[in-house]
Write a protein that binds this ligand. Sequence first.
Ligand code: 0WD
Ligand code: CA
Length: 380
Amino acid sequence: DHHHYQSQSRSFAGKYTPSSGSLSTRRELYEKDFPLYKQPVEIGCFSLDCNRRFFNDGRQMRYYVEPDRNPNFNLRDGYKDRFTKRDESQKEKLDHILRWIVSNRSKLNSKGVAASSSAIDFDFVTWRGHLTKLLCTPYEMREGWMLAVTRFQGTIYISEVETEAARRDCENRTEKHEEMMYWGYKFEQYACSDDVDGSPDPSGVVNTNEAFCTVVQTRLADHRLLFSGEVDCRDKDPNAPAPPACYVELKTSAEICTPKQRSNLHRFKLLKWWAQSFLPGVPRVVAGFRDHDGVVVAVETFHISKISQLIKNEYNCWKPTVCMNFCSDFLSFVKRVATEDNPCVVYLFSWEPRRDVTYSIHRDSEFSFLPHWYVEEMTR
Ligand code: 0WD
Ligand code: CA
């Protein structure tokens, strides 16, 4: 099945894995059969408004309005005078997802009391973006990561910790780079409307506090996952398939002028685009290709289910099976390591390119990330 999703469960052929203090990220080790990955199901959504306030509904949903194949969107417009930027120093960790869980707890509780060891019937709770990083790890040559892990009531929570290198990069961003980060949000404004029958309004303010997030449930091998990811927009056709199949991911990328540039898009960018959208079952990515002056000169749709075919012609390219098998083995590693069920204990998993994944253990430290309100709410 070239879509790689599985609609039915099949038995998990658990095999002996030696227990060890580290996990290899070498690609060859993960060139196995594609693991079971169930069709992701949307179990809810939430919105963050212009002040980053949480709402347990889809009020920030936007609708995709197909741009001209060769538009002339100026992505620099409004950067100076119509841009409200989210405060990046506010580290939100898993807070919005935890608020969603508390608001929807009745839907999540196991029906039979003794049916499960975990109170919410999931092995892992995390952001989709953290899983994207895991999927890309065997091919990542530049940026490492740190993931804080806590086991609480049988469920393992995973929240990213900013690395020293990432903090430096963030502080040393050039003005040019700062502006280019705005371009992606500006493209969204050109391609989305707030109302199902409306049109985009590029004269408005771009506010990066606003977000619509889907909450999906799925299973990777024997890992039951609950994660949330930000969704750019949906198909406005009322007959479009149900979420997440109606969702559209928007991207901007440098214009492609040479075969070498097309090859680099396939070898590096499509890996990240594929991983991010495959995880929640978003079927298509619409890319706006811009010139050096930030003008979108071409728009192209990439269907996630066709990407594995597209890249097969590239020499020494990434493989979806390596990404999924690494992620599955990493989650098994985490289950083996994070044994103490305690909201104050963090297992900190760290990885740097060309190294193995290692971990350290922290009790009542600055890495603890499950808020008191969440622990209290879930224990009552
Ligand atoms: O460490 C993180 N990445 C954290 C993310 C820590 C705490 C919160 N978040 C959350 C925010 O609540 C946000 O709404 O990130 C959410 C998005 O989560 P995700 O979907 O799991 O992240 P990811 O797949 O990496 O990014 C999706 C989109 C990005 O679009 P592009 O096309 O550039 O991939 O979410 C935006 C961005 O537009 N985004 C963010 N928004 C707010 N905070 C963040 C962030 N830290 N990172 C990406
Ligand atoms: Ca996007």
